[in-house]
Design a protein around this ligand. Structure first.
Ligand SMILES: Nc1ncnc2c1ncn2[C@@H]1O[C@H](COP(=O)(O)OP(=O)(O)OP(=O)(O)O)[C@@H](O)[C@H]1O
Ligand SMILES: [Mg+2]
Length: 275
């Protein structure tokens, strides 16, 4: 099982929307998917629950860290949903190491039953994010193309507690940064200029879709994506023309990321992280 964590300490950048698209995409392509929602806001749980595509575990995501959980039933698409109890974990610092160990043991036990685990995280640099990154294979960082988000990239790599360099060095050397995924991309001159700026500054962290220079993975801003998220619909099954167009623009990026996670292709931004 390959574990992918969606992470960015910035709120509202599209982590949960991308997690949802990826979870459905993996399931649709025959992967056995375990979805875990570590955000008490539940914006990954809600659309998956509403879609009725995923079986919902009888326990919640906080319990993966706080205690023994029963074995998961045999389902090809399983959601371990969010709960408000996730908020309390950070306030138990003496338990943080056991929490991270407990999650690692759970993922190890689920290894034979699933091909891919997608973990959505909260935007605070707390024990939930640390525990997820400490046991993951891959991390993907959705970002928005504004100055604040660009400044946030430094924190993503270098934050003293949850920075990817720190996690790799201390907790999890196998963690690979797939890269930055610009989301809610619009064709405004301002965003185009910022896209060029991101590419110039962080070209090694971008995710090439193909061999065409400058063709990097990105998610456009489309109301159909927000609607799919709000209504628990699968974007590519929505009837509206606008949804079909949104999926046409989004699919190459989602397919590329999925192929990296399942190991069909490799791309690491590792040299940039190691530098
Ligand atoms: N590509 C997109 N186009 C249009 N709307 C989007 C897109 N991606 C996400 N949204 C909408 O933007 C809002 C924020 O997205 P989302 O919840 O995925 O962000 P997040 O990073 O998970 O936020 P948080 O940090 O609070 O967990 C949601 O209402 C979502 O439906
Ligand atoms: Mg979210």
């Amino acid at each position: 099982m390959k574990t992918l964590v969606l992470a960015n300490q910035k709120g509202g950048v599209g982590k949960s929307a991308v997690a949802t698209l990826l979870a459905h995409y993996f399931a649709q392509h025959g992967q056995r998917v375990l979805a875990i929602d570590f955000d008490h806001q539940g914006n990954f749980s809600k659309p998956l629950r509403t879609s009725q595509r995923a079986a919902v575990a009888t326990f919640t995501a906080d319990m993966l860290m706080t205690g023994n959980v029963p074995a998961l039933p045999h389902s090809h698409f399983m959601l371990v949903p969010s709960d408000r109890a996730l908020l309390g974990l950070e306030r138990q610092p003496t338990q943080h190491t056991p929490f991270a160990r407990s999650l690692r043991a759970f993922l190890a036990a689920a290894d034979a039953q699933f091909d891919v685990c997608v973990i959505d995280t909260n935007p605070n640099p707390d024990i939930r994010l640390i525990a997820a990154l400490a046991s993951a294979d891959f991390v993907l960082s959705p970002i928005q193309l504004n100055q604040e988000a660009l400044d946030g990239v430094t924190a993503l790599l270098n934050h003293e507690r949850v920075g990817i360099r720190k996690i790799k060095a201390i907790l999890n050397p196998k963690l690979q940064l797939i890269g930055l995924l610009p989301t809610m991309v619009e064709a405004t001159p301002f965003q185009k200029a910022n896209f060029v700026q991101v590419i110039q500054h962080y070209s090694t962290l971008m995710i090439p879709i193909d061999s065409q220079p400058g063709n990097f993975a990105r998610i456009p801003r489309r109301s159909a994506i927000a609607e799919a998220q709000a209504n628990g619909e699968v974007l590519w099954e929505m009837k509206k023309t606008a949804a079909r167009e949104a999926w046409k623009e989004t699919e190459p990026s989602i397919a590329r990321i999925a192929s990296i996670v399942t190991g069909e292709q490799t791309k690491e931004a590792e040299h940039a992280v190691a530098a």
